[in-house]
Design a protein around this ligand. Structure first.
Ligand SMILES: [Fe+2]
Length: 583
């Protein structure tokens, strides 16, 4: 028989002498420093009660604010904010500007965590105004303003703020603060791809953190340094750093930090071909992020998993996950600053494009005669969409739809696709099934864009003689008409197994003969687009140019500056640790 042991929560000894609020606050800080978080929380609560009883507003304001930080770290943001507001009002009533500014700084950090960037900026600037005479406080507020600038993609301001912060920490002999500032300067340098400088800063930060016994900051440094190792292709170093960081984070209950470590481990295993381990680590990262309520963390880990699925040929699952990530970014939208969200969205759409494009290329590589067809159709179709004045969303729809328009051909037998000579009636009927097969193949996959209309109806004709549904006129979605006309032009001007390529002029003459297949607007826009230089001839859209520079580090497209800034900002020490470390 098993005897269950019940351990009662530790109660204060009633025989112990009554301790002052200040002593309790000091003990709570010691507990927190030693990573005994539940004990630290209990002790802060006792300090608050004692300070309330004794009428000591200074101790009360500080204990409230420090408890707010720990409550936030334990995923209790509402409680944290209420504690922080109370700290501010206690300090204001007591006319203690520095403590009131401290509370504003912590409130700004909480705003930053939920991406309320204007509120965060306002709170930081008010804190600087009110408590700037304190070098230590100034150091931390400058640091947080640096983080904010970074999130908004203003890297120059970020560097200025971080350097000011470092100077203020040095001037006040605050080694802990210096350690945080070095970490942030490391991240800013990494953003500028100055990797040697970044690594130097991370080493300085880590050494200081180790000497000070700040395990969490050590962990953050290791994770951030690991990201640089990944960027430099040093996967073993990255893995070792991330594992060491996880061991340190295990001493705390900080799920968000662990999310980042697991995500990086997943990326390392993916890039080194260990897909089973990669999937396990990325799933853990997603689960941790979800439990911690980190939409951004969940979205980013989900995107990395999508890239893993793509690399292992699980394309439909990859697209499904990308849609999940897209929805997560959409939920973030309501709470976030526009620049920030735009950057994230551009990053995700570039990933979508890369996944869809590579899948399309892998499919057509089995057909010797159509290799490169999807790429050309995508480029010309976007040019036609631009000539028609279609917006960005519609252009992205057309680009992605063009890549996937013939996805159903995977079900057409190879000998029919590559048959040297005309197809029989039966064979042609098989080929005509490919729009339907494409839809069936993607039945379980949702997209943020209406790609299925292009896949199903790119062979419909304006005069009603197309297939599979014999749509007529405006029944055919404009996106499908655009891809359809470019598809015909590219087919005519390419060598096929059954005939040589036609010249540009002969292809146009042939299309003129079949003029009834397209609406006047689409036909005119097509002719107009042919007169323009193509993307490959010097006017490549930004997103496409970015795609060409896939980073060896993460196997995903390069990101916009905003996206880089926002992604990295989450592990800057200041945003997450300024209050516990610097107060
Ligand atoms: Fe087709």
């Amino acid at each position: 028989m098993t005897v269950a042991l019940m351990i009662a929560p530790r109660q204060p000894d009633p025989r112990a002498p009554m301790r002052s609020a200040a002593e309790l606050l000091q003990e709570a800080r010691a507990q927190e420093g030693a990573a005994r978080i539940p004990d630290a929380i209990a002790c802060y609560e006792r300090a608050i009660a004692a300070a309330d009883r004794a009428g000591e507003p200074g101790v009360l304001a500080e204990a409230l604010r420090r408890l707010a930080v720990l409550r936030y770290q334990r995923s209790e943001p509402v409680v944290a904010r209420a504690l922080c507001r109370r700290s501010h009002s206690v300090a204001t009533e007591a006319r203690n500007d520095v403590l009131a500014a401290e509370a504003l700084n912590t409130l700004g950090v909480l705003d930053l965590k939920v991406c309320s960037l204007p509120d965060a900026r306002q709170n930081f600037l008010r804190a600087l105004e009110l408590g700037g005479q304190s070098r230590q406080l100034r150091a931390r507020v400058e640091q947080n303003l640096g983080i904010l600038a970074n999130i908004q993609g203003d890297f120059d301001e970020a560097l200025v703020r971080y350097r000011r912060s470092l100077e203020a920490y040095h001037a006040s002999n605050d080694e802990q603060g210096c350690a945080i500032a070095y970490n942030n300067l490391g991240m800013a340098s990494a953003d500028h791809r100055r990797f040697d400088e970044a690594e130097g800063y991370f080493r300085q930060s880590y050494e200081l953190a180790e000497r000070l016994g700040d395990a969490r900051l050590q962990g953050l440094c290791l994770v951030n340094h690991a990201e640089v190792h990944v960027a430099r292709g040093r996967y073993e170093d990255a893995r070792s750093n991330a594992e060491a960081a996880l061991a340190l984070f295990d001493r705390f209950d900080v799920r968000h930090d662990k999310t980042e470590a697991y995500r990086l481990l997943g990326v390392v295993y993916r890039e080194t071909g260990r897909s089973v381990l990669a999937e396990s680590r990325l799933q853990s990262a997603i689960e941790l992020a979800r439990n911690a309520g980190s939409l951004l963390g969940e979205a980013e880990a989900t995107r990395e998993l999508a890239l893993l699925y793509q690399m292992t040929g699980r394309n439909q699952e990859a697209l499904t996950l990308l849609h999940v990530a897209h929805r997560l970014f959409g939920r973030l939208d309501a709470r976030a600053d526009l620049v920030y969200v735009d950057g994230k969205r551009a990053e995700l759409e570039a990933t979508y494009l890369a996944v869809v494009r590579e899948w399309a290329q892998s499919i057509e590589s089995s057909d010797t005669y159509t290799f490169g067809h999807c790429e050309r159709v995508a480029r010309y179709s976007v040019a036609v969409a631009q000539a028609l004045g279609m917006d960005e969303h519609a252009q992205t729809t057309i680009r992605l739809g063009a890549y996937l328009h013939d996805v159903g051909k995977v079900k057409v037998p190879h000998e029919i696709l590559n048959k040297p000579g005309p197809l029989t009636r039966d064979e042609f009927e098989v080929v005509r099934m490919h729009p339907i097969w494409g839809i069936e193949l993607l039945a379980a996959v949702e997209f943020p864009w209406d790609l299925k209309a292009i896949i199903r109806w790119h062979h419909e004709k304006h005069d009603g003689t197309g297939y599979p549904d014999r749509l007529r006129g405006d029944e055919i979605p404009l996106s499908a008409q655009v891809v359809g006309i470019v598809d015909v032009y590219d087919a005519l001007t390419s060598t096929r197994s059954y005939r040589p390529a036609l010249s540009h002029a002969r292809a146009l003459a042939e299309m003129k003969r079949c003029r009834g297949w397209w609406s006047a607007a689409v036909y005119e826009a097509f002719l107009e687009s042919l007169a323009q230089p193509l993307a490959s001839e010097g006017r490549a859209p930004v997103k496409e140019a970015l795609l060409e520079r896939r980073s060896a580090s993460t196997s995903r497209p390069s990101r916009s500056p905003q996206a880089q800034g926002s992604r990295r900002s989450r592990r800057r020490a200041g945003g997450s640790t300024s209050t516990p470390h610097g107060s």
